[in-house]
Design a protein around this ligand. Structure first.
Ligand code: HEC
Length: 217
């Protein structure tokens, strides 16, 4: 008995199992609570008071969003700037903005964009990642897509593209016409704009594909 190795002692294994299970349970509960707090959506008051939430409230569609390099974190983060008109307005109420996002989300689900695209890490790699599509330089004022779709703003250009992707091919692969209506397109663009404002720890950061395809590089 005196010479029995600890590795062959049942009590040792039983205690180890109890401690490890206990520790893992506490860790998982803590991680779950932390994640819930991190991903809970902000509201309009946060936006007007400059409180930055990882997932901002729906009325973020009233603001300009840019993707800027944060030296401390070592990657780009969405930065919510001054007011910016979205389909001619920058005063969507919380209810209106939420309804628009809801419409967009239903459209994205109904047309199964994830069959080809990736959204927030879920989906396919056939077509460009949509998580930050709103910030894709191709749609900005000096990008080629507003001219190509003959629209004066980014949101109108994306909405036009979504309704007639077959008329504005930019890649070797073409997005098929999915029968998206003007109303649905508006909701989907709001959904894309809101998604681009979510702090995803810099993922994804590469917009080279669309721009490259247009410039022929
Ligand atoms: C059958 C595959 C397929 C489906 C389904 C699809 N797309 Fe696409 N999409 C593509 C391809 C391919 C491209 C790139 C071709 C192009 O730009 O002409 C693209 C490009 C885009 C772009 C431009 C990308 C950028 O960087 O700005 C947006 C925005 C977009 N799709 C949104 C959507 C949305 C929203 C849905 C669902 C309502 C959707 N797509 C469904 C294939 C698809």
């Amino acid at each position: 008995m005196a010479n029995k190795s600890v590795w062959r002692d049942n009590r040792f294994w039983r205690r180890s199992a109890t401690w490890i299970t206990g520790f893992a349970s506490v860790l998982l509960i803590w991680l779950t609570l932390d994640t819930s707090a991190q991903i809970s959506m902000g509201n309009d008051a946060d936006l007007t008071n400059g409180v930055r939430k990882r997932v901002p409230g729906p009325t973020v569609i009233n603001y300009k969003i840019t993707y800027e390099f944060d030296a401390k974190r070592g990657h780009e983060v969405p930065v919510i700037g001054e007011k910016e008109k979205f389909f001619g307005r920058d005063d969507y109420s919380e209810e209106e903005a939420a309804a628009l996002l809801h419409l967009g989300k239903l459209g994205v689900q109904a047309k199964n964009c994830m069959d080809c695209h990736t959204l927030l890490g879920n989906g396919a790699y056939y077509a460009p990642d949509l998580t930050k599509a709103w910030l894709d330089p191709a749609w900005q004022d000096d990008g080629p897509m507003q001219a190509m779709t003959n629209q004066a703003t980014k949101e109108e250009a994306i909405a036009m593209f979504l309704q007639h992707p077959d008329e504005y091919p930019t890649h070797a692969r073409m997005m098929p016409n999915l029968g998206i209506t003007a109303k649905e397109a508006k909701g989907i663009v709001a959904f894309l704009k809101h998604m681009s404002a979510i702090d995803t720890n810099g993922f994804p950061r590469n917009f080279g594909r669309m721009k490259g395809a247009i410039n022929g590089k």
